[in-house]
Design a binder for this molecule. Structure first.
Ligand code: PLP
Length: 464
């Protein structure tokens, strides 16, 4: 005898009505999302109260669940797949990646081990090789497919911890930190907060970090880097989250490599500059590092979530993330869980593979250069207006804008956000309030930039 719920679910699979619905709603969203208000309206946000109910006692009609979700969910989304979302560093989605993810939803693969999904295992191997070649990294570089650069930074720094202690004959996995020999952690004052978080989680203590002074663009001052050795972890940055600036890798990496330090590069969005011919000078020298963290979901515009940790020391990465158990089936093929903190994990490599396969080197090159061009356009249009100053060199896709005072800057952010033509956030840069603009969507056109710059101008006018 089948339970009622089992019968119901077989019925839903047979009828496919809910899937048709989901797809139709999805299509309607796509038609609308690029034109609509970027941030949800007050009404849409207020309607979220419809979700507030006690955990239901009885099962629902499946179609009603999908209808309800679409009715109150879709309007309350942030339309970040369009061309006028400039907040944080949030990519849009390459349509082929979106379609691949939709298809893969039906497959629902778990990428922990080869025996759980030969497909995912194969694609992870293939994409590992592709990324190694796109970023021009050493042949022995391996990759783990994680949720984002937060996780990628964590994995890379765990590998560094494993190796740096091994250099001192200390098995950190077994012995932990009690009586452990000291390891130094050195990074720039502008290190991303997720780097600091990873250091904290790994037990180094953020109070022990030796911070190096940075210049007006947020780059580490190479001459201020302290003496390095094989007990030191040096963390560099490709793409400062505010200015988009890059550390001087060629200069720094030579010295660090000779000293035997472990070099990690946080390149969440900036590592992709290396995949764009006219911008690749920004990442010169990164191949000398030991580990790299990068996102798919930012510059490459894969669907969320998608990050990659890459490491040229396979033993250190898998040694740091290793786990074992009687029921684990180790194969001669790639078992994804040795490269990531998780065991069960969704097959995000499928969308990543589809995005890379679709774009090819040329497509990636063009897409990234377009983002750079649009960022420069934004800078030009905005600096033509009295009252706005662009504070950074627009070397990549980020720009920082400031008005005469902190107060006016904050007001402009508020007015721009309320107008909903585009979305930008604020930040504090070198003690002053600034507007952060990140051009990170394949869909951003010259017209999107002009409309957004116009919204900035009317916002400034409102403060007068
Ligand atoms: C976004 C970002 C991160 C964090 O990446 P997530 O994908 O959000 O986890 C780390 N470092 C830099 C420089 C970033 O821009």
């Amino acid at each position: 005898m089948m339970s009622t719920i089992q019968q119901k679910m077989f019925e839903e699979l047979r009828e496919k009505k809910i899937f048709d619905k989901a797809i139709d709603y999805g299509y309607a969203y796509l038609d609308h999302a690029l034109k609509r208000n970027v941030f949800p309206t007050d009404e849409a946000i207020s309607n979220l109260k419809n979700f507030e109910e006690e955990m239901p006692l009885r099962s629902s009609n499946a179609s009603d669940v999908i209808d309800f979700l679409n009715q109150f969910g879709a309007p309350a989304t942030v339309s970040q797949i369009g061309g006028r979302y400039f907040g944080f560093v949030n990519g849009s989605v390459v349509p082929t990646g979106m379609a691949a993810k939709s298809l893969a939803t039906f497959w629902d693969q778990n990428t922990a081990m080869y025996v759980l999904s030969p497909l995912a295992s194969k694609l992870e191997s293939i994409v590992e090789g592709w990324l190694r070649s796109v970023f021009n990294l050493p042949r022995e570089t391996v990759a783990g497919f994680v949720s984002g650069t937060s996780s990628a930074n964590f994995c890379a720094l765990a590998a560094a911890r494993y190796r740096l202690f091994k250099n001192q004959n200390w098995d950190i996995n077994k012995k932990g930190f009690v009586n452990a020999p000291p390891i130094r952690v050195v990074t720039g004052k502008e290190a991303h907060s997720t780097v600091i978080k990873a250091i904290t989680l790994l037990g180094f203590g953020h109070g022990n970090i030796e911070f190096i002074e940075t210049d007006e663009q947020g780059r580490i001052c190479p001459e201020l880097i302290p003496e390095l050795d094989n007990k030191t972890l040096l963390i560099l940055q490709a793409g400062n989250v505010n200015t988009g600036s890059f550390d001087a890798f060629s200069k720094i990496c030579d010295k660090a490599k000779k000293a035997g330090a472990w070099m990690h590069i946080d390149g969440a969005f900036g590592l992709w500059a290396g995949a764009c011919e006219k911008l690749s000078h920004l990442t010169n020298g990164i191949e000398q590092a030991n580990s790299w963290a990068v996102d798919g979901h930012k510059t490459l515009n894969t669907p969320y979530d998608c990050g990659i940790v890459m490491c040229s020391d396979k033993e250190a990465l898998t040694g740091a993330l290793h786990m074992s158990g009687g029921y684990i089936v180790v194969s001669e093929f790639r078992d994804g869980m040795y490269y990531t903190p998780e065991m069960s994990r969704r097959a995000r490599v499928i969308e990543l593979w589809a995005t890379l396969k679709y774009l090819g080197r040329e497509g990636i090159d063009q897409m990234i250069f377009e983002m750079h061009e649009r960022a420069k356009q934004f800078a030009n249009e905005i600096s033509a207006t009295d009252g706005f100053t662009v504070l950074n060199d627009v070397v990549f896709n980020q720009l920082l804008v400031r008005c005469a005072t902190d107060e006016i800057t904050n007001k402009v952010i508020e007015h721009v956000q309320n107008e909903r033509v585009c979305w930008v956030g604020g930040s504090t840069w070198q003690g002053k309030r600034v507007i952060r603009i990140s051009v990170c969507s394949w869909a951003t056109t010259a017209d999107d930039i002009s409309k957004s710059a116009q919204s900035f101008k009317s916002a400034l006018a409102k403060t007068k």
